[in-house]
Design a binder for this molecule. Structure first.
Ligand code: ADP
Length: 174
């Protein structure tokens, strides 16, 4: 299943896929980081649609159109805010990835790009987040998801290195 996962460096708002993931907050009404980049590139209609959704709980996911993005859909998930690691953060982060992929499959999405959910403003340690992200995605694909390709779009070189390291560890543990 690892052969269906790519890791690249870039801006997720510019990525061409059926869907891109927005590391949103619970209001779904915009923010900084990935959220800011996606709303800026998608245009104001995305915010209009988000206003109709009534927010989203941590670890859950909601879908909208992509508007001016290259992607047809945006899937929004608020990841957990890091509070030291004993507040269910790991399980909530895994839930974000799982629920996004479930929603993607329901909508016939074949290609999807994820940012590093929770590791910016929400301060989740990136090495730990990368391991959870990759193992969760691998397990969902292995369980028979109709999603064909998952790309992790890392913004910084440090994030890219963390995701590559976590990926190598998974390859070696096979
Ligand atoms: P969160 O609130 O879930 O922590 P952020 O958007 O603050 O979300 O950050 C999540 C991760 O996304 C961080 O590692 C950050 O460096 C990265 N990031 C920020 N902007 C972009 C972008 N345009 N494309 C991809 N990743 C981005």
């Amino acid at each position: 299943m690892l052969d269906r996962i790519d890791i690249i460096q870039g801006n997720i708002a510019a990525f061409e896929a059926d869907a891109v993931l927005n590391a949103a907050n619970k209001s779904l009404l915009g923010g900084g980081g990935v959220d800011g980049a996606i709303h800026y590139a998608a245009g104001p209609e995305l915010l209009e649609e988000c206003r109709t959704l009534g927010g989203c709980e941590t670890g859950e996911a909601k879908i909208t159109g992509g508007y001016n993005l290259p992607a047809k859909y945006v899937i929004h998930t608020p990841g957990p805010i890091w509070k030291g690691g004993d507040r269910n953060e790991d399980a909530l982060l895994a839930a974000s990835y799982r629920n996004c992929l479930a929603l993607a499959a329901e909508h016939g999405i074949k290609t999807i790009a994820f940012p590093s959910i929770s590791t910016g403003a929400y301060a989740f340690p990136v090495d730990r987040a990368a391991k959870i992200a990759l193992t969760t995605v691998r397990d969902v694909l292995a369980a028979g998801s109709s999603v064909e390709r998952v790309t992790f779009v890392c913004y910084t070189r440090a994030d890219l290195a963390a995701y590559r390291k976590a990926f190598s560890a998974l390859v070696e543990s096979r």
